[in-house]
Design a protein around this ligand. Structure first.
Ligand code: GDP
Ligand code: MG
Length: 434
């Protein structure tokens, strides 16, 4: 099926289930004509864009009233898709929404394919590809960090950054082209080296955010492990801000593991409290200990918890991503270790520093500026490889690698006509037409 269809499409835009309001969208050439066939009230074809009107949605074949609704009219190109479009705001029951959708199909619209409204927005130049991906990420954002990062991309900040990198590579290509075509001009050499180094640095900076992007979108598992009675369950409750886990002075209270969702700095986390690690003859407790160690291995971050008011337990083998926490900091310490973060779940002392350390361990110091999709990460890797290749070539031979790097970058924004642009840039920048 062709991507560039303009026929009127319709879809229910609100989630399934009952809500106060439901929205049905319609967009395409002739959308207002279609709307007029299902609308009793002011003729949508005569309404200016950006207006809404109250009326009734009707079945176009029988004239049966389906619901009272608001109709919002948008006129090309001033709509989300860039086409003539409208939105029906009806009562939000599936019964109403289904009939409204059926009415639109009877009136000549087609059911939209997934993402088709945004695809049209992209094809009509309302959004570039990175922005279209940001729309998807915003719709799917689980935590506040993902929301923030996706909005930044939607507003074009990521695209502008990529455009700036493309720009630098284009200039470099133009420069190299001039070097080849007009060697007698004595264009300064060794410019490539610096440009390549800088662009690579920027791309590597973006790639360093791949991990934080994945965490922001998919969340992370945070496992609490340590000896019985170390204060793991208390720490979990302190992080959560409510009493989720059972706390008791009897060692071995938590035998199975326990999961609780938690959002820290906008990152959706799943905190996992585990059975205390110790030698035990109780088979049930031993199974819990084995499970705890496995959970620690699979976690994105481990909090190793040790009681500072008790004799220091032997350190179990810890994964690379682990923070060491000394609990019960409100009690007189039996040991000190600068490698441990002192925390009291009772008084809250050290909790803010621990949260900050968790954030840094998960996101790194920068904290992740952009939300990168897997596609974007892959394209950035491709660009990086080509640039590394170019670095090893003499300037007059690096053109192809540069073009390929540029292609990869251009694909982020969904632009591919790179060669023509290179040509245009040679003219524009150098004016060597003597
Ligand atoms: N004073 C003090 N007692 C604590 C603190 N954290 C935990 N406890 C106590 O230590 C005991 C064991 O705590 P718990 O969270 O169940 O440890 P777990 O076995 O590691 O889950 C309980 O009696 C808690 O009240 C703390 O920060 N300060
Ligand atoms: Mg416990």
């Amino acid at each position: 099926m062709s991507l560039s269809l303009k026929d009127p499409i319709c879809a229910i835009a609100t989630p399934p289930g009952k809500g106060a309001i439901g929205v049905v969208r319609l967009s395409g050439e002739g959308a207002l004509e279609v709307a007029s066939r299902v609308w009793r009230g002011k003729d949508p074809r005569r309404l200016p864009g950006g207006r809404f009107t109250l009326g009734e949605v009707v079945d176009p074949e029988t004239g049966e009233a389906l619901d009272q609704a608001l109709l919002l009219v948008f006129r090309a190109p001033r709509s989300y898709t860039g086409e003539d479009a409208c939105e029906f705001q009806t009562h939000g029951s599936p019964a109403v929404l289904r009939r409204v959708l059926e009415a639109l199909v009877k009136a000549g619209a087609r059911l939209a394919r997934p993402g088709e409204f945004t695809l049209r927005a992209y094809l009509n130049g309302k959004l570039d590809l990175a922005q279209a991906e940001a729309v998807l990420a915003l719709v799917e954002a689980e935590g506040d960090l993902a929301r923030r990062q996706a909005l930044r991309s939607l507003e074009g900040s990521f695209s502008r950054k990529i455009a700036a990198l493309e720009d630098r590579l284009l200039s470099l290509l133009a420069h190299i082209q001039a070097l080849l075509d007009y060697p007698e001009e004595g264009v300064e050499a060794h410019r490539a080296e610096a440009v390549l180094r800088e662009v690579l640095g920027e791309i590597e900076g973006l790639l360093a955010q791949a991990r934080s992007s994945r965490l922001a979108q998919k969340g992370a598992r945070l496992a609490l492990i340590g000896a019985p009675n170390a204060g793991k369950s208390s720490l979990l409750n302190a992080l959560l801000g409510y009493e989720r886990a059972l706390v008791s002075p009897i060692p071995g209270t938590t035998r199975d593991y326990l999961e609780a969702p938690l959002e820290l700095f906008g990152i959706p986390l799943l905190a996992v409290d585990t059975a205390g690690i110790r030698e035990t003859s109780d088979p049930l407790e031993r199974a819990g200990v084995e499970r705890a160690l496995r959970i620690a291995e699979e976690a994105d971050l481990v909090l190793y918890v040790a009681d500072r008011a008790a004799p220091r337990p032997p350190l179990p083998p810890l994964p690379a991503r682990a923070l060491k926490v000394a609990t019960k900091a409100d009690l007189p310490p039996l040991w000190e270790d600068p490698g441990f973060l002192p925390v009291s779940s009772l008084t809250g002392e050290g909790l803010a520093a621990l949260k900050e350390a968790i954030r840094e361990a998960l996101l790194g110091r920068e904290g992740g500026e952009y939300l990168l999709s897997e596609r974007q990460i892959e394209a950035l890797h491709r660009a990086r490889e080509r640039l590394l290749e170019a670095q090893d070539l003499p300037e007059d031979l690096m053109g192809l690698a540069l073009e390929e790097a540029l292609q990869a970058l251009a694909s982020l924004r969904g632009r591919r006509q790179v060669s023509e642009e290179v040509v245009a840039r040679v003219f524009q920048n150098f004016c060597v037409g003597k």
